[in-house]
Design a protein around this ligand. Structure first.
Ligand SMILES: [Zn+2]
Length: 258
C-alpha cells in the first residue's frame, strides 16, 4: 500500500513533541498540549485538522484540545478510563480507529502504569506511546504499579521490531546516561549514545526510534538480560528472581537519577 502521509514533530513546552500525521490536505495530531503550535503548523502547510488522538490525561498532552475544537468538529479519541475534556470517542484496548482522510487505521493498546488509563495507538509500523516508552527509557509510575508498567512495556515490545516509536518527550539523552550506568559495555548502547547526542546537539529530534533499537539498548526492555539483572542485584544487594523485580529496581533508581 502506498503511504500517503508523513509524520512531523512539533516542539512544545520544554521537551514535548506533538506528532502530526499529515497528507496533502489533512492532518491528525497526537497529544496536542499546546493549540497554538498546532494551529501555526496547520496554517503554514494549509492543512485541515481531521482528528485528534490523546494517550493520557496529563495537561501537557491535552490542554490544546478544547481550543482546537472550538471552531470545528473533529473526532477526538482518548482513553475511556480517563476524564479528558473534549474527547468524543472514548477508546479501549482492542479498538480500531479509522481515519479516512489519511487512509489510516490504528489499533488501540491499553498500557497502564504512567497513568491508570494510558493508551497507545499503533498501525502501519508506527507507534504513538505517549509517556509510557521513551527513547532508551520509560515513563514514571504516577498512577500504576511497577507490574502494570512492566506488562505494558512487554505489550509494546511484542510489536514488530521495525515499528517506529514516537514518544511524547525528548528525554533520550538523560535516559542514555542512566542506561550507560546499567550496561556500560553494551556496544549498541554506546553507538546510540554517540549518534543521539550528535542529533540532539544539532537541534534535531532523537525520535522516532525503532522497537529493535529499544530492545537492544533500553534497560527497561532488557530486564530479562543477565547483565541487567546482575546490575539490579548489585545495587540492591539482594538476589533477584524475576524480571519484574529488576524492572521495579531500575525504575526506582531512575527516579533518583534525574
Ligand atoms: Zn504524562
Amino acid at each position: 500500500m502506498n503511504i500517503l502521509w508523513k509524520i512531523c514533530p512539533l516542539k512544545a513546552f520544554r521537551d514535548n513533541y506533538i506528532w502530526v500525521i499529515h497528507g496533502q490536505r489533512h492532518a491528525v495530531v497526537v497529544d496536542p498540549g499546546d493549540a497554538g503550535v498546532v494551529q501555526a503548523f496547520l496554517r503554514e502547510h494549509e492543512l485541515t485538522l481531521a482528528a485528534i488522538l490523546v494517550t493520557h490525561h496529563h495537561h501537557d498532552h491535552v490542554d490544546g484540545v478544547m481550543e482546537l475544537v472550538r471552531h470545528q468538529t473533529v473526532p477526538v479519541f482518548g482513553p475511556a478510563l480517563e476524564a479528558i475534556p473534549g474527547v468524543t470517542h472514548p477508546v479501549r484496548g482492542g479498538a480500531t480507529l479509522h481515519l479516512p482522510e489519511l487512509s489510516l487505521s490504528l489499533t488501540v493498546l491499553d498500557i497502564p502504569g504512567h497513568t491508570a488509563g494510558h493508551v497507545a495507538y499503533v498501525g502501519h509500523d508506527v507507534l504513538f506511546c505517549g509517556d509510557t516508552l521513551f527513547g532508551c527509557g520509560c515513563g514514571r509510575l504516577f498512577e500504576g504499579t511497577a507490574a502494570q508498567m512492566f506488562d505494558s512495556l512487554n505489550r509494546l515490545a511484542a510489536l514488530p521490531t521495525d515499528t517506529k516509536v514516537y514518544c511524547a518527550h525528548e528525554y533520550t539523552l538523560g535516559n542514555l546516561a542512566f542506561a550507560l550506568t546499567v550496561e556500560p559495555d553494551n556496544v549498541l548502547l554506546q553507538a546510540r549514545a554517540q549518534r543521539d547526542r550528535a542529533r540532539v546537539g544539532l537541534g534535531e529530534p532523537s525520535l522516532p526510534s525503532t522497537l529493535a533499537l529499544e530492545m537492544d539498548t533500553n534497560p527497561f526492555l532488557r530486564c530479562y538480560h543477565p547483565v541487567v539483572r546482575q546490575y539490579a542485584e548489585h545495587v540492591s544487594g539482594k538476589k533477584i528472581d524475576t524480571a519484574v523485580e529488576v524492572f521495579s529496581i531500575l525504575r526506582q533508581l531512575k527516579d533518583s537519577f534525574g
